[in-house]
Design a protein around this ligand. Sequence first.
Ligand code: FEO
Length: 398
Amino acid sequence: MHCVRSVAPDILLVGASDRRLALFENIYPIPRGVSYNSYLVLDEKTVLLDTADSAVSARFLENLAYGLNGRPLDYVIVNHMEPDHAASLMDVLRLYPEAQVVASAKAIAMIGQFFDGDVSARCTAVKEGDTLPTGRHTFTFVMAPMVHWPEVMVTYDTADKILFSADAFGTFGALNGNIFADEVAFEAEWLPDARRYYVNIVGKYGMQVQNLLKKAAGLEINLLCPLHGPIWRKNIAWFVEKYQRWSSYTPEDKTVAIFCGSVYGNTENAADILAACLADRGVERVALYDVSHTDLSHLVAEAFRCSHLVFAAATYNNGIFTPMETLLLDLKAHNLQNRTAALIENGTWAPQAGKLMGELVGGMKGVELLTGTVTLKSAVKERAGLEALADALAASLK
Ligand code: FEO
């Protein structure tokens, strides 16, 4: 049975949510599920904006058939060819033989790469500023390469001032009846997943996101329709400001996140003492994570949130304790910038982690490393080094 929601008088949400998938992109845990938003515009011509993941294709196709109510499908606008949105494209083209695909040239090439069967004769390539009039609506295409793949574009409806923003402004989390951001407790319940989604999916491409934000700033937007998560019709500027911060590698919160990689708990003890020393100095909302027990996607998102980062790790195989090394490599891969960092190392006979962590952290653009790595030999024997580090961090926060 269909489960279609109305987005606007002549626009339907025909996508579906998946609450069974454990790992988005087979890497990011999504305990709250994920939605694949697909939009159907019922104008003089009918227009589908993106399709859905294969896991929900049966429900999506049922929704689409219900939404069309016997009308032919005239156009499929493909904003993004990643399979979470495009896996059902061939099913749509088979079921609706009149449908023409409208997409960037790169997206059309990817259709040939992903699917068997040549549909190039049914595809029209569009570029920046091209338009598609469909009756009351006119869709304008805005290229958004690397947000999140090179073929990505976003689509702006000049009639109702709607931006179909592809992956941008999306979030993990299934839609549970309420499809608008103002109908849910977004800041309390969704923002951490929105941040984790942004950072892990497009965090590396801050400059490209900034380019899209500059283009979007010139548009009046009444409705912001992403491919994942709630649709925005109120308070859009609040969410755009989050994107400004994330894409410019500007911290959201002035506080300290301590990441610790501890084999037997002694490095964790140092992290705990440092956290307490920071609290003694009036630092609020200190975060502390055991990197062996918190999923990497959360750790990376927290590093994007906080202004000051402490990496505390044991030496392991004459290197950095593996989960910490993985975290630092992932932060570098996601282009983390503009933070203040400090190091704590542990090593029973030959501490090496500090030097090696320093090399990785020092290679991140705009990351200032506070001098004075705290070195433990097996366990904390005196608090002076940690007290001094807390002083330095508290002073830097001021
Ligand atoms: Fe939601 Fe880049 O796909």
